[in-house]
Write a protein that binds this ligand. Structure first.
Ligand code: AMP
Length: 420
């Protein structure tokens, strides 16, 4: 199949061709005609499936037909959980829409609000936004939704995990009742279905697995190690393996900072990326990592979510995630597009229960390798796959702490620091 048969017009097809895409990915083949037809869409798809082009291309097609957005009005609103994802979606909109005369803008927290207010004065045919900052802008009368035609929720599951449900409901209540709705989510939990029920109308349902279908192309390995030896073991793996580019997951922001310093002190160029970093610092860290001048990018789960970093050969879980599902997301960052990758988890005896939860979730006992010189004093017990179903260890209420895309400065409960 080619892009020509999907109902996209020549300027958009030219922009797609310029990207070098030859065939639409499965989600694009299904979503593009449905969106152009005006249907609501509910899609189970994560990063790596081509979902962004899946909604951006038909959106551009639809919007290129009607009248441009008047001052402070928005015709299509894309909500994303994180600043990085918002920036990436906006970049895709600009890339695919380069031959069209449409106005697009992106807004998120952590940067000055005034320039965003100025840009919105021109009106936005497509506005990409994180929920917290969008509410701030609405409350300051910088954005209005009378002309809104299409709402897109990207990574809806993550938005719920991050506690954005109230903001999302408030925003939806402000929109015209008659509109088109597209909802993308990596998982379809009961909460997501509940949200979808009040949102989409007779949707086309699409479900695809990412091109980087993790488990098949990713070699997974557990290195049992004492907690205090982890930084040294990581530096050793990077040096001995001659790793040029590694994404390291840390459970906490503080841990990410500490580890980054340790690696730097040991001659490994490193940068941390998490919610307490300024937007400028985060953008720079990602750009340096992509360009190869930073060798180790140390990230928290929320900051890493949705980052489009292609074909990472190495991912390291410096800490195991508290939420087992995050393990699957993390290792999905390696071995993309058919290339093989390696996901190494440094696991101390304190983390045994987390390891078991993960192994139950993926229904597999992970192979272990003790690295010479790093033999743990506190032994990691043997894993066993019991018959018991994996325990849902997702916390019931959102964590208290700063969330990406939230109103700048503090969180709604007045705390300044969170765990992630
Ligand atoms: P996404 O799932 O939207 O985050 O996209 C993942 C990556 O796939 C991005 O780097 C896109 O540039 C790329 N991509 C999207 N659609 C295609 C396509 N049809 N052919 C090749 N690459 C694509």
């Amino acid at each position: 199949m080619s892009f020509d048969s999907l109902g996209l017009s020549a300027p958009i097809l030219a922009a797609v061709a310029e990207q070098g895409y030859e065939t639409p990915s499965p989600i694009q083949a299904q979503a593009i005609p449905a969106v152009i037809e005006g249907r609501d869409v509910m899609a189970a798809a994560q990063t790596g499936t081509g979902k962004t082009a899946g909604f951006t291309l038909p959106l551009l097609e639809l919007l290129s037909k009607g009248e441009r957005a008047p001052s402070n009005q928005v015709r299509a609103l894309v909500l994303t959980p994180t600043r990085e994802l918002a920036a990436q979606v906006a970049e895709s909109v600009a890339t695919y829409g380069k031959n069209l005369n449409l106005n697009s803008t992106v807004v998120f927290g952590g940067v000055k609000i005034n320039p965003q207010m100025m840009k919105l004065r021109r009106g936005a045919d497509i506005l990409v936004a994180t929920p917290g900052r969008l509410m701030d802008l609405y409350n300051q009368r910088a954005v209005r939704f009378d002309k809104l035609e299409v709402l897109i929720l990207d990574e809806a599951d993550r938005m719920l995990d991050m506690g954005f449900i109230r903001d999302i409901k408030k925003i939806i209540a402000l929109l015209p009742k008659k509109r088109q709705n597209l909802m993308f989510s990596a998982t379809f939990s009961d909460d997501i279905r509940q949200l979808a029920k009040g949102l989409v109308n007779d949707p086309v349902e699409i479900s695809v697995t990412p091109r980087n279908a993790a488990a098949t192309s990713v070699e997974q390995l557990v290195c049992p190690v004492d907690k205090n030896q982890k930084p040294a073991l990581l530096a050793n793996l990077i040096w001995e393996g001659k790793w040029e580019q590694v994404l390291v997951f840390s459970r906490t922001k503080h841990g990410a900072n500490k580890l980054t310093k340790y690696l730097e002190n040991n001659g490994i160029k490193a940068a941390a990326i998490h919610g307490n970093k300024s937007q400028g610092a985060r953008t720079k860290a990602l750009a340096d990592f992509k360009a190869g001048s930073v060798r180790a990018l140390v990230a928290t789960d929320i900051a890493a979510r949705g980052l489009d970093i292609e074909q990472l050969p190495h991912v390291v879980n410096f800490d195991l995630p508290n939420v087992s599902e995050d393990y699957v997301h993390r290792i999905g960052r390696t071995g993309r597009a058919g290339a093989t990758g390696e996901a190494v988890s440094l696991v101390s005896s304190e983390e045994f229960k987390l390891l078991q939860d993960i192994e139950r979730l993926i229904k597999k006992i992970l192979p272990r390798k003790i690295v010479e010189g790093f033999e743990p004093v506190h032994k990691l017990p043997e894993s066993r796959l019991s018959q018991k179903p994996a325990r849902g260890n997702r916390p019931k209420s959102p964590r208290i702490g700063h969330r990406d895309g939230q109103r700048s400065g503090e969180n709604s409960r007045g705390h300044r620091h969170g765990g992630r």
